[in-house]
Each structure stands twice: as C-alpha cells, then as structure tokens.
Design a binder for this molecule. Structure first.
Ligand code: ZN
Length: 279
C-alpha cells in the first residue's frame, strides 16, 4: 500500500493567486501590492504595478480578442463519461460542478467573430472546468474548429490553459492528441494559419499536441509551459533544474516559442500577424 500513499509533502500551491479574487480590493500574489479590483479588471486582469498576469476565463478571453460580439458554436457537446469513472467523487459530478461554475459543458469555448475587422475562429480553454483538461469533448471541439476554419478559409487561434489530458476518460482523451494533430496537418496543407496562444498553465498532453504545433507559438509572460512537472523531471534525470525552467521566457530563449507577448498587446499582435499568413 506504501506505493499508493504519498510519502512526501504534497506540492505547495502556486504562491501567487492565479485568478483575480472576488472583493473590492485584491492583493497581487506576485508583488503583494493591494489593488483596486476594478483597476485590475480594466487592465485585462494584469497587475498594473508588476504586470503579473492573473488567469482569466474562456469567455473573458474571447471578449478580449474579438472586436465586438462573437458567436459560439458547438456549445452543447457533453462528455458521455465513457468509463463511468469514479475517484474521490464520480466524474459525472465533476462535470456537473464544472458546468455550474463556468456555464460551459466542457473546458473549451469555440467561437467565430471578427478580429481587427477580419473573421477568425478562436477556441479558448477554460481552466475552471476540471483544470482545463482535454477529454473527448475538447478534442472534438478543437477538431471542429479546424474543420470550420478549413471550410470557410479562416485563420484559427487556440488559447490553451490546461493541465493536460483528462485522465477520467483514459485512452480516449489521449487519442485526441493524434486526432487534433492530424486535423492540423490538413489545415497546414490548405495553407491556413494556426496560432497557438500558451497561457498559464499549458502542460501535459495539450503541450504535447496542438499547443506546440502553431505556425506561431505565442505565450503570455511567466506562464508555466511544459510536459511533465519539474519534480518528476528532477527525479528522472537526477539533476537540479535551472531557475525559471518551464516558464515562457526560458522557453523563448531556448527556441521553443516564437514570442512572449503581454496580454495587453496580444490582440494587436495577432491583428498584425494574421495578414502575413492570409494575404
Ligand atoms: Zn503585482
């Protein structure tokens, strides 16, 4: 039984508060400054003092990227809980709780709208829904985004924010990696751009498939991006990892990313890049 019981202390949660907490005043987890919540929200959930990027939801992200209104599609896709999975609590319960929290049936919102006056398809992941994990529904929704981009000849942007594949769906969730990658290959053959936006955190099977397959891979500052966690890597290679390992800036320096862009300049950057691919 020792194998199944944790011998070491669990990993400490990220010291910085990742989402803008409720209340009139919020404390930035990074610089510890006390901030007026409205100022933080007006600043696209970026700390006005130190530029710490708080985590944002999928719908906020879409509001931020599109010019005005946007149209959601494939809203109603729901996981069928193919394994009847249960751990600390039934997977079906977790799905219901996720729905109540985010008003979405799964961890990705797909939408079409205009960005800088140009139509584009954006899929935004929702971390609040079971850690933004990728199961059958996320896989299917990303694939349908790609198929729609192909049919209408539109650029595709996917904003990742995910802990990786959803273990409650076992192999079926891992299969999404291959399915999405194959669909992206068709997008590539059609000469249509895919821009991957990596936000904090982008890990596991999402990094190992579409998040790293962009024609442009753009990350937000300070985002955790990796496949396995640092402790697992340290134990495997028996070496101490360098400072800043698995953060955006480190990955950019090592050629894994094309850009690290402040959230406040993200849309503008995309609007500037898309014509290069499309025209
Ligand atoms: Zn701060």
């Amino acid at each position: 039984m020792a194998w199944f019981r944790r011998q070491t202390a669990p990993l400490a949660p990220r010291s910085a508060e990742s989402r803008v907490p409720e209340g009139v005043w919020v404390k930035c987890g990074s610089c510890k400054e006390i901030l007026y919540r409205k100022d933080v929200l007006k600043n696209l959930s970026v700390c006005p003092k130190c530029a710490f990027h708080f985590r944002i939801g999928a719908r906020e992200r879409l509001d931020m990227l599109f010019d005005g209104s946007w149209e959601e599609f494939d809203h109603g896709l729901v996981s069928s809980d193919p394994l009847g999975f249960e751990d600390a609590r039934p997977y079906a319960d977790r799905l219901r709780a996720g729905k109540a929290k985010t008003n979405s049936f799964d961890a990705l919102v797909s939408a079409v709208g205009e960005m800088g006056g140009r139509r584009a398809i954006v899929g935004a992941m929702e971390y609040a829904f079971i850690g933004g994990s990728m199961g059958v529904v996320v896989g299917e929704k990303v694939t349908r985004c790609i198929e729609r981009a192909l049919a209408e000849r539109l650029p595709l942007i996917v904003v990742s924010c995910s802990g990786g594949a959803r273990m409650m769906e076992g192999t079926l969730s891992l299969m999404q990696m291959a399915k999405i990658s194959a669909a992206l290959a068709r997008l590539h053959e059609a000469r249509l751009p895919f821009v991957s936006i990596l936000t904090d955190p982008t890990t596991g099977g999402v990094t190992a498939s579409y998040a790293m397959l962009g024609d442009l891979n753009v990350a937000e500052p300070g985002a955790l991006i990796g496949f396995a966690g640092p402790r697992v890597i340290e134990q495997t290679i028996r070496q101490k990892l360098p400072a800043g390992f698995q953060r955006s800036e480190f990955l950019l320096e090592h050629g894994m990313l094309d850009m690290v862009t402040d959230r406040r300049e993200l849309k503008e950057t995309l609007v500037r890049c898309l014509p290069f691919f499309m025209d």
